[in-house]
Design a protein around this ligand. Structure first.
Ligand SMILES: Cc1cc2nc3c(=O)[nH]c(=O)nc-3n(C[C@H](O)[C@H](O)[C@H](O)COP(=O)(O)O)c2cc1C
Length: 372
């Protein structure tokens, strides 16, 4: 069998060696937005994991746009310096062809949340560092959190400029790919969804107007980057909520992103309003992502409960999407890439330093991997 999962993929100006991406995951371990030694050790594992690409976590384009006080930011020279150090370390011992990207984001009304392991309630308190949140409309994310302040036109333009500035910083820091976080109920998605945007100025109202902010951000980021990095966006294929966005809105957004010069989309879903998600099974976004790929004709990745190598292989081999992203599977097993290659008969050896654990070279390999 020739594995399709382990074939290279061109994403705009970059080539990734296989179709496996490590999905962005907040690690809540930054210091005023600056990446720390934690990020070095975390990303070094991913660089040697056998995945073709890892995308660093949601990174606030301004201080108020961080999800929690421990989230990464890219709004200051200190943040840029710290990120540059981390990227250089993380890229030093990668497997051949590995690429590293970053997701830039503004959390809007979902900012100012506690560390997940401290989450007694839904909101930070002023005593432990809460800040005023901002959103298209002054509608809180559920009843337990303070209402955001409605953004003024000038503030909206300021955030668009902040996205462009962060993108420039990401390029200077040496990243290969920049992804806008336009899903999961964060600011860009808050503008797109009628559930969170009830404005009646140029930034809200019709579907066209609700897409203005997302596309203005995309255009600003495109203009701020040189064409040497791949550009993409994580977008929602459904809000899982009555009156919310559906897959055709996603097709439209993906097509417009392509017209802006974006290279790919990552199709996800949910989280614009609290709760309300149906029970989700393996590969729960694949079908909608396949529809987006077909209709919008853009390189498409999907994510969500993909953990088995054979499942990942089936998704790629079927042609449904071009790339799969895995999040929790790589936290669980940061060697997922080589282990998958072994299952699928692909030639992706572990890094040379680790080659004595290759199946065949170490009789206990099978027992160890099955945790016998
Ligand atoms: C610890 C953790 C942090 C996450 N942080 C982000 C993030 O920063 N940006 C994002 O788009 N998704 C984030 N997600 C969602 C994942 O990227 C992914 O979409 C989701 O976990 C479903 O994929 P999985 O079933 O492979 O875990 C996070 C998920 C986890 C488990």
């Amino acid at each position: 069998m020739t594995s399709k999962l382990f074939t290279p993929l061109q994403i705009g100006p970059i080539e990734v060696p296989n179709r496996i991406a490590i999905s962005p995951m907040c690690m809540y371990s930054a210091d005023d937005g600056s990446a720390t030694d934690f990020h070095i050790q975390h990303l070094c594992r991913f660089g040697m994991s056998g995945a073709g690409l890892a995308v660093m976590e949601a990174t606030g384009v301004d201080q108020t746009g961080r999800i929690s006080p421990g989230c990464l930011g890219l709004y200051s020279d200190d943040n840029e310096k710290a990120l540059t150090r981390v990227v250089a370390s993380a890229k030093k011992y990668n497997m051949p062809g590995f690429k590293l990207g970053i997701q830039i984001s503004h959390a809007g009304r979902k900012a100012s949340t506690p560390y997940p392991w401290d989450r007694a309630g839904a909101a930070l308190t002023p005593e432990n560092g809460a800040w005023q949140t901002f959103a298209p409309s002054a509608i809180p994310f559920g009843n337990d959190v303070p209402a955001p302040k409605e953004l003024t036109d000038a503030e909206i333009r300021g955030i668009i400029a902040a996205f462009a500035e962060s993108a420039k910083r990401a390029v200077r820091a040496g990243l290969d790919l920049i992804e806008l976080h336009a899903a999961h109920g964060y600011l860009i998605h808050q503008f797109q969804s009628p559930l969170s945007n009830t404005r009646n100025d140029e930034w809200g109202g019709s579907a066209d107007k609700r897409l203005r902010f997302p596309l203005a951000v995309a255009q600003a980021v495109r203009a701020a980057t040189s064409g040497t990095v791949a550009l993409g966006a994580r977008i929602n294929s459904t809000d899982f909520a009555e009156g919310g966005l559906g897959v055709e809105d996603c097709v439209r957004f993906a097509s417009e992103l392509k017209a802006c010069g974006f290279d790919y989309v990552c199709v996800s879903s949910g989280n614009i309003v609290p709760g309300g998600r149906p029970a989700l099974g393996p590969g729960f976004n694949v079908e909608r992502a396949a529809h987006v790929k077909k209709e919008a004709g853009i390189v498409t990745r999907t994510v969500g409960y993909i953990a088995g190598p054979k499942h990942a292989e089936e998704i790629i081999a079927s042609g449904a999407v071009d790339q799969v992203a895995l999040a929790r599977a790589f936290l669980d097993d940061s060697n997922w890439g080589w282990h998958a290659a072994e299952v699928l008969g692909a030639n992706v050896p572990p890094p040379p330093q680790y080659q004595r654990i290759k199946a065949g070279a170490w009789p206990a390999a099978k027992e160890s991997r099955a945790m016998a």
